[in-house]
Design a protein around this ligand. Structure first.
Ligand SMILES: *Cc1c(COP(=O)(O)O)cnc(C)c1O
Length: 237
């Protein structure tokens, strides 16, 4: 279990850095949603983070989420699925999470639509994950597939709300490359006229993790997904 005063210090430092990065992009800390990523950590480690005022938490594996989320059901938490979602786990995801950051295929969109239509009313919404780094190994659709994906969602997936885009920076020390990955996502939203899409809003940008969240905020991130900087190093699975 984490020492909670150490956690408190880590959180204060992250809040500080977010504040400064937000100011550099003409915003304040309130404009940035911190999604705290507690993957591998037991639920005890969440308490100091919740007490610091964080309400949004992210998990990347369904099995782990199924174990932990019910244990924290008394807390007022909004859960985000941030990892790649297999279609055969889509049903579990809808039950557990409010937001999906990794909508990365038309097949997954269709599956989610089917399930959401069955459920009727739902708060579930998604970020479309776009591969703006050009790295082969990354999930996410190619930037030129974004409009076709939006068209499909608009025409066939009326229950599936889209509230923004998500990307991941390449694993590199090269700040220029990282920044380009983020600015490319922002620029993509500027190129698309969303006025004729009823269920699609591209105003939110989910980008930035422990190593690069300040750069992401400078480039317009509205949601940062931060694990290690808040929880400390991950425990082995
Ligand atoms: C693990 C993970 C994060 C958080 O990573 P840190 O480097 O610990 O901040 C963010 N986004 C996704 C998709 C992840 O899988």
């Amino acid at each position: 279990m984490n020492d909670s005063s150490a956690t408190r210090n880590r959180i204060n430092e992250v809040f500080d850095r977010i504040e400064h990065a937000a100011n550099r992009s003409g915003r304040t800390r309130k404009d940035i949603t911190v999604v705290a990523v507690g993957k591998t950590h037991p639920v005890e480690d969440f308490f100091p983070v919740i007490e610091a005022g964080i309400r949004h938490f992210g998990e990347s594996r369904i099995q782990e989420a199924e174990d932990k989320i019910p244990q924290l059901s008394e807390r007022d938490i909004i859960w985000h699925m941030i990892g790649h979602l297999q279609r055969n786990k889509a049903k579990n995801a809808i039950r557990l999470f409010r937001q999906l950051h990794s909508l990365d295929s038309k097949r997954l969109a269709r599956r989610l639509q089917k399930l959401l239509a069955r459920e009727g009313e739902s708060d579930f919404s998604a970020f479309i994950q776009v591969n703006t780094s050009g790295e082969e190994s990354k999930y996410g659709i190619d930037p030129d597939q974004l409009v076709p994906m939006m068209d499909l969602i608009e025409e066939e997936c009326p229950q599936l709300g889209v509230n923004g885009l998500m990307t991941m920076a390449p694993l590199t020390e090269d700040e220029t490359k990282i920044r380009k990955t983020f600015s490319a996502l922002r620029e993509l939203t500027g190129k698309i006229d969303t006025t004729h899409y009823a269920s699609i809003d591209l105003h939110n940008l989910s980008m930035g993790m422990t190593n690069d969240y300040e750069i992401a905020i400078e480039e317009g991130a509205t949601h940062v997904r931060i694990g290690r900087a808040l929880f400390g190093e991950r425990l082995s699975r």
